[in-house]
Design a protein around this ligand. Structure first.
Ligand code: DAT
Ligand code: MG
Length: 151
């Protein structure tokens, strides 16, 4: 791996809405390498840990309800400038606004609103390191998931 790593997630609306193939095709066409991937059904405890930085926000309970409502597909992406490139590809948080300002972004094309925005991306290299180690063990063989139940 010669690039940078970021954590990408296809959220429940992306899985249920059958956007997985389109999103993965877009990822590969944008020169990312998918290093690891796993489909998980998050439980509330795991979801609360992943989104801990938002725990005091009024939308937090709704966010936890949503992210635990169906499976998610979690991927480690590798590329030079992976963090900023993936954030640029997914577009603004609010998918309804993204449709106006960034119509070719993944959130514009696959999302609906600020909550149902289809995908997650780490917002910094520091967040990426935390989020990757939150879901994946770092072993030479890779791909081991700790604590969580693989589907
Ligand atoms: P991002 O996912 O673009 O990094 P964030 O970290 O600010 O955005 O928020 C994490 C998620 O929380 C976001 O993808 C959807 C939800 N969320 C953020 N702001 C919200 C709001 N005002 N109302 C409802 N959900 C919100
Ligand atoms: Mg964020």
């Amino acid at each position: 791996c010669f690039g940078e790593r970021t954590l990408a997630m296809i959220k429940p609306d992306g899985i249920v809405g059958n956007h997985t193939h389109f999103i993965k095709t877009t990822i590969l066409a944008s020169s990312f390498t998918i290093l690891q991937e796993i489909t998980l059904q998050l439980d509330r405890h795991t979801a609360q840990g992943f989104y801990a930085e938002h725990s005091s926000r009024t939308f937090f309970p709704d966010l936890i309800d949503f992210i635990t409502s169906a499976p998610v597909l979690i991927m480690v992406l590798d590329k030079v400038s992976a963090v900023s490139d993936w954030r640029a590809l997914i577009g603004p948080t609010d998918a309804s606004k993204a449709k106006l300002t960034h119509p070719h972004s993944i959130r514009a094309m696959c999302g609906v609103n600020v909550q149902r925005n289809c995908v997650h991306g780490s917002d910094s290299t520091k967040s990426a390191a935390r989020e990757i180690s939150f879901f994946f063990n770092h072993t030479d063989s890779g791909g081991n998931v700790s604590e969580h139940d693989e589907l």
